[in-house]
Design a protein around this ligand. Structure first.
Ligand code: GUN
Length: 297
């Protein structure tokens, strides 16, 4: 089978559409309110993967008509200096969204940095105020990757009410917010993880199976219920002896595809959604900061 397989959920195409809707919303904000949303991205150190992500974030921010500022700090930056930059960005009315690229160097306490970001500008949705609002049904900034997964699921399946959703992975960035979003969409939600007993059987219950464990191809084909929708959040680089490492997800794609009714590939599934949702969150943050209704994107 080729990639025109109708089972494949094309996250790359969906993300392109989402970026188009973001660009339209930005143009309308400029025209109707003289407002240009701005995103500040902070990068500390020289992790090559982080540099690539941050460059893409800046480029896509500008392509949608928003202002992009990047602050690149040396690896040995002191926590106090990073906190001071965040205080400056919190106070800058031109900056509507602040993203501090993770991971941070070890001398910096990640949680202290996340806690210092104004929750209204926390476009990652990692601040405890936003996690709390998401859990209690308030107006949160929602973490980008799980929100992107929800958008792909609702686009493919429509109303998710009553479906059995199993999330494998319990991180603050993906697993836990994904559970809150699916609960909010009226699914029956199970969060499984590496210590779950009979993990294969738990996965086989799922109408919606979300894999976010960070272990290459851990979810086997026969763990997938026939007709299920499979969302693979994993991005693992594995050495196959070739020139470059191969990118694989947390799901054994070839086998799972035979069982599933819908499945995201790696690459080209969830990955492209994260930055597109970040752009959407920046526009939402700008609207809220100016007392405007959330844009419909
Ligand atoms: N590092 C890898 N992914 C992310 C993300 O979504 N947000 C932040 N802040 N850092 C990351």
């Amino acid at each position: 089978m080729t990639d025109v397989d109708p089972k494949i959920i094309d996250g790359k195409a969906f993300a392109a559409g989402l970026r188009g809707r973001v660009a339209d919303a930005v143009a309308a904000l400029k025209q109707e309110h003289g407002l240009t949303p701005g995103l500040a991205v902070v990068l500390v150190g020289d992790d090559p993967a982080s540099h690539i992500y941050v460059r893409s974030k800046g480029k896509q921010t500008e392509e949608t008509g928003m202002n992009s500022v990047q602050h690149t700090l040396p690896a040995e930056t002191a926590q106090a200096d990073l906190l001071s930059l965040i205080a400056t960005l919190n106070a800058d009315p031109q900056v509507n969204g602040i993203l501090v690229q993770l991971p941070l160097p070890e001398q910096i306490d990640e949680q202290a940095i996340i806690d210092a970001i104004d929750p209204a500008k926390d476009v990652d949705g990692f601040h405890v105020v936003n996690a709390g609002r998401l859990a209690t049904g308030g107006r949160a900034m929602v973490p980008c990757t799980p929100l992107g997964c929800l958008m792909l699921l609702q686009d493919r399946l429509g109303d998710l009410t009553g479906m059995e959703a199993v999330i494998v992975g319990r991180s603050n960035i993906v697993g836990k917010p994904m559970a809150q979003l699916l609960l909010g969409a009226n699914c029956t939600v199970t969060i499984a993880h590496s210590r779950t007993r009979n993990l294969a059987d738990v996965c086989r219950r799922a109408d919606i199976l979300v894999a976010a464990v960070g272990r290459p191809q851990m979810i086997k084909g026969d763990w997938v219920k026939p007709g299920a929708a499979v969302i693979d959040v994993g991005i693992n680089r594995i050495d196959t002896g070739g020139e470059r490492p191969k990118l694989v997800g947390d799901v054994d794609f070839a086998a799972a595809r035979e069982q599933a009714a819908a499945i995201t590939p790696v690459p080209g599934g969830v990955g492209p959604m994260t930055i597109a949702v970040l752009l959407r969150n920046t526009v939402v943050a700008a609207c809220r900061q100016h007392g405007l209704a959330d844009p419909n994107i």
